[in-house]
Structure formats: C-alpha cells, structure tokens
Design a protein around this ligand. Structure first.
Ligand SMILES: Nc1ncnc2c1ncn2[C@@H]1O[C@H](COP(=O)(O)OP(=O)(O)O)[C@@H](O)[C@H]1O
Ligand SMILES: [Mg+2]
Length: 325
C-alpha cells in the first residue's frame, strides 16, 4: 500500500457529472419493465480526506447506486468518479485496495466463522497475521462478537451478520470507508458505540462515507452532508450551512395542563410542517418569524395553562422536509 500513498489526492472523493441509468433487461427488474431508471442524474461533488461525509436522501434517491459506483461494484453510465485520485473505471483495483465497504445487501462470507471473516478481511488488506489476531480480539470485544467467534456467519441472525460486516472496517486501515445504512438492525447502544468509533477513525485521518435516511445519525456524525433526491443534489454543506437554508424554521413543543380544544385550528394559520399531538402535548415545526411563534404560544397559554415550552431552531429533519417539497 506504501507506493503512491504520499502523492494521494487531497480529495477522498471526486465525482463529476455522474450518471447511472439502469437499463431494464431480464427478469430481475420487473417493477417498471419498460422505462430505464436514471438512478443518479448528473451528480458532482468533492469530499476532502479525513471527513465524515453523509449522503442523505429518502428511499430511492440514488444513495446506494452512488456508493456502488464509487466502490467499483457497478460502472457509471457517464461522468467520472475517483477515490483518492484513482479513477473507478480505469483503476478499479487501486480503488479497492484503499477502501473498505459495508453495503446493505452484500453478505459477509457466509461459510466462514466470525473470526475467520475478520482475519480473511485483514489478510486481504495485508495486515500481518499477528496484528490481525490482536485486532480481531479487540474488535470482537467492541462488537460483542466473542460468543459468536467460532460460529459460521450463515448461522447468525441478521443483526449479528451486520455486526460482523461493520466490525471488518475496524480490522484494517484503509484510508476510505464506505458504509451504506450501517446502523440497520443495530440496537441503540451498539449504534452509539459504532458512531463513536467512527469519529475516532476520522480523527486518525480516515475518510468515512456513509449513507443514511436517519437524520439524527447524520446530524450527530457528519462534518459534511449532501442531500440528494431523484439522483440529484438538493443541498450540500455542513450542518450549520444547511440550517441557514431553513432560517426561521422552529421546532416547538408545548405541554399543557389540559390540551386546548381544537388545537389544530389554532395552529393552522402558521401552516405547520409537522404536527403531533400526544396526551397533553403538541409538537410542531413552523416557518415563521420568532415573534409570531412566541405570540402564538402566548395566545395558547391564555386558553390553558402551559406546563412546559420548548422552542428550538430547525433540525436536520425540518431542513429535509423543506427541501423535499
Ligand atoms: N439494479 C437495479 N435495476 C434497476 N433499477 C434499480 C436498481 N437498483 C436500484 N434501482 C433504482 O434506482 C433508484 C435509486 O436506487 P438506490 O440507489 O438504491 O436508492 P437509495 O439507496 O437512495 O434508496 C431507485 O428508483 C431504484 O428503484
Ligand atoms: Mg440504499
């Protein structure tokens, strides 16, 4: 891995006018048998090394497709993409040598045990055997896989298979890590732990590229976010920059002694984007200036006693809802 490393590009990813069209052929794709699908439709972006980069978007936005092109699993229809300066079409082996990938549908090596999965992966990435064993011990502790060390992956539940896949990332030092919806099937405690390991890895200089539909994940983890929909970019930046996109969007949470009658109608003039009533509480998100929001709260407080008020700036979820409109 030594050669070429120092001249490696400053950019972990460079994507230029990337297009991926799935052609309908064969029986595998039967949902819309005629029309080709433009899964990625002219995407351009760059990601600096050492970042935690989040590719966000609703289901079907083109996140996995983008990742697969970058991972050399599928070829782009047009445009260019490179990882650490290595072109995904012209230099796929160089790309693969420098990345580890956790992708949704790819199975861990089913016939190998958990431990052998970890060791094999390390060997592929040229980690010396003694070091690989040392890391495997540590990683199995981190991921609570010790009991499953000798079990074949095919005999593990979905959640444990996922853990084995994610655990592999921590066996090696590939400068770039790709994770497609990594937290699927993880319990919250493990997810939290993985997020903190990912932060450590990024602090060591690795670039983490992840896709997610879970906005709180991206909000907590990502330095740099690209929101996409229908194969195209709809927003790009760090969380602060993205939040400016939805200035004057507020999340409001009110708890009353008794919920005012017809609360929905009181809120209707502010055209809330989301609203949820549960028990004596109402939570909603509005785009309005602060004075109007506070006036509304004051007015509601005249009707029923307010026990608790919380007003906060836009969350990533609000931004998302704004952008998807
Ligand atoms: N192998 C395929 N053949 C045809 N269409 C596909 C294939 N894979 C994905 N698609 C379509 O491409 C679009 C983008 O899918 P995908 O990249 O998986 O989105 P995401 O990961 O954001 O949910 C969707 O409309 C999806 O149905
Ligand atoms: Mg996907």
């Amino acid at each position: 891995m030594g050669e070429g490393f120092s001249e490696m590009s400053d950019f972990a990813l460079q994507v230029e006018n990337l297009v991926k069209v799935y052609q309908p052929r064969g029986l595998r794709w039967n949902r819309s048998p005629r029309a080709p699908v433009r899964a990625v439709d002219g995407l351009s972006f760059e990601v600096k090394r050492g970042q935690i980069f989040g590719l966000l978007g609703p289901n079907g936005a083109g996140k996995t497709t983008t990742l697969k092109v970058l991972n050399t699993l599928i070829r782009p229809t047009s445009g260019r993409a490179s990882v650490l300066g290595y072109d995904v079409v012209a230099q796929p082996l160089e790309v693969r040598r420098h990345i580890s990938v956790v992708i949704q549908e790819s199975a861990a090596e089913l016939f190998l045990s958990t431990l052998d999965n970890l060791l094999t992966f390390a060997r592929f990435h040229s980690v010396p055997p003694a070091e690989a064993h040392r890391r495997a011990e540590k990683v199995m502790d981190l991921f609570h896989l010790r009991e499953e060390a000798a079990r074949k992956v095919q005999d593990l539940s979905g959640g444990f298979r996922r853990r084995v896949q994610v655990a592999k990332v921590f066996m090696v030092d590939t400068p770039v890590v790709f994770m497609d919806e990594f937290s699927t099937g993880m319990d919250p405690i493990l997810k939290r732990a993985v997020m903190s390991y990912l932060r450590e890895e990024a602090a060591r200089g690795r670039t983490i590229v992840l896709t997610t539909q879970i906005l709180s994940e991206a909000e907590e983890l990502c330095d740099d976010i690209l929101i996409m929909n229908r194969g195209r970019q709809v927003a790009r930046g760090d969380l602060r920059a993205l939040k400016l996109l939805s200035e004057n969007v507020y999340d409001v949470s009110l708890t009353f002694e008794k919920l005012p009658a017809a609360i929905e109608q009181h809120l209707a003039p502010l055209a809330p984007r989301r609203m949820q009533v549960s028990g004596n509480s109402v939570e909603f998100s509005v785009k309005a200036d602060e004075a109007r929001v506070l006036a509304l709260v004051a007015e509601l407080a005249k009707r029923e006693r307010v026990l608790r008020v919380e007003v906060s700036g836009a969350s990533l979820e609000d931004i998302f809802v704004e952008l998807m409109k």
